[in-house]
Design a protein around this ligand. Sequence first.
Ligand code: SIN
Length: 458
Amino acid sequence: MSATFEVINPASGRPVASAPDNGPAEARQAAARAVAGFGHWRRTTAYERSAVLRAWASALLAREVEIARLMAQEMGKPVTEARGEVRYAVSFVEWYAEEAKRVYGETVPSQAAHKRILVQSQPVGPVYAITPWNFPAAMITRKAAPALAAGCSIVLKPAEQSPLTAMHLAELWVASGGPPDVFQVLPTSNPGAVSEVFFDDPAIRKLSFTGSTEVGVRLAAQAAKTMKRVSLELGGHAPFLVFADADIESAVREVLASKFRNAGQTCVCANRIYVHDAVHDAFVERFAAAVAALRVGDPLDEATQIGPLVDAQGLDKVRAHVDDALERGATAVVGGSAGEGLVFCPTVLTGVAPGMRILEEETFGPVAPIIRFEADEEAVRQANDTPYGLAAYLWTRDLSRAFRVAEALDYGIVGVNDGLPSAAQAPFGGVKMSGVGREGGKWGIEEYLNLKFISMAL
Ligand code: SIN
């Protein structure tokens, strides 16, 4: 295969490198290799799989700086933040290296004296995974590590914007003693045609996808043709509720971290910030000062906190959301416009109200819309008034309110006085249009296991 496609650095607009441009023929070969790989990998012991995963984790960690720089160049994540992502990516591999050894079976009391009921977990089979550009390393290991730990093989199609990190991870897998047919990376500039091959192949037993809700809905329908298991981690529209009794300093610090992580390009970024009337002005004043101080610049510069958006399409959407809000009466207390190249200046909007696009769609950019509220119930109602249900956050010092609101929020993840709850050992995933299934923790490996009931008559 000789075709390639260019990977463009969003900071400079110049090519970083080229990646192999796989098509349907290569996809069919990869699927066949994954089936063969599954045949031998499923027969290895959990201890053997664990050893390879541990070696892979060490290899990734040893190349933290190199991988972070690659990420910064191909999708614009500031390099300091990208180093954090490499450690986050490694945490999934480390976790599942251990979890591989804890795939237990069960025995169940029988209704008949001569029967025994056994329940075993077995790997689902070859997996097809599609990963996004916003976490070029961690979204790969969050899928690949549990799949590999469970005994599945996996073919992974990375986003067109970030194939280089993915290819590097696959090289390190092989260098760590991982069989090449068990974890394959298949970059392509034609994702539809490549994915079709896997959807049509009944031997591929599972789809795992992270990306937009719109695409996820389409892929789920395609995967249903061959009745694959599916895990879908889709869009979010996270509300962040700051109550009257909140610790304002910590709320400002954590909204900043949640909202401006990866220039606002994560599914769990705070997208709608509801602030109680009693603390609204104090919050806005401190938050605006903190946002104005964010350092925008070259992703390869250690001091940079905000890099460019990934592409022109992303920038256009952010601009359209901000323009719409300003036209409908919002005020930009910081930012409000695009900067150089693909940069959108970190922005704080006040006076944001229902009916503005920014409250209805995921913005995926460095824009913080603030909505004033008076009654707790109204804030919770507005927070839940969305088709999405991935992550939500609330800030309060009152334990009863914390429980009441956390339980009332219709979301898969709730951060109580915590703006960055993601962790390898915890279940990540959403409800409603934010997806199905969970990644991370003991739940993440179950997505790659089928239960087998063995009824044994003596
Ligand atoms: C995502 O944006 O989907 C991932 C965010 C995270 O793992 O915290």
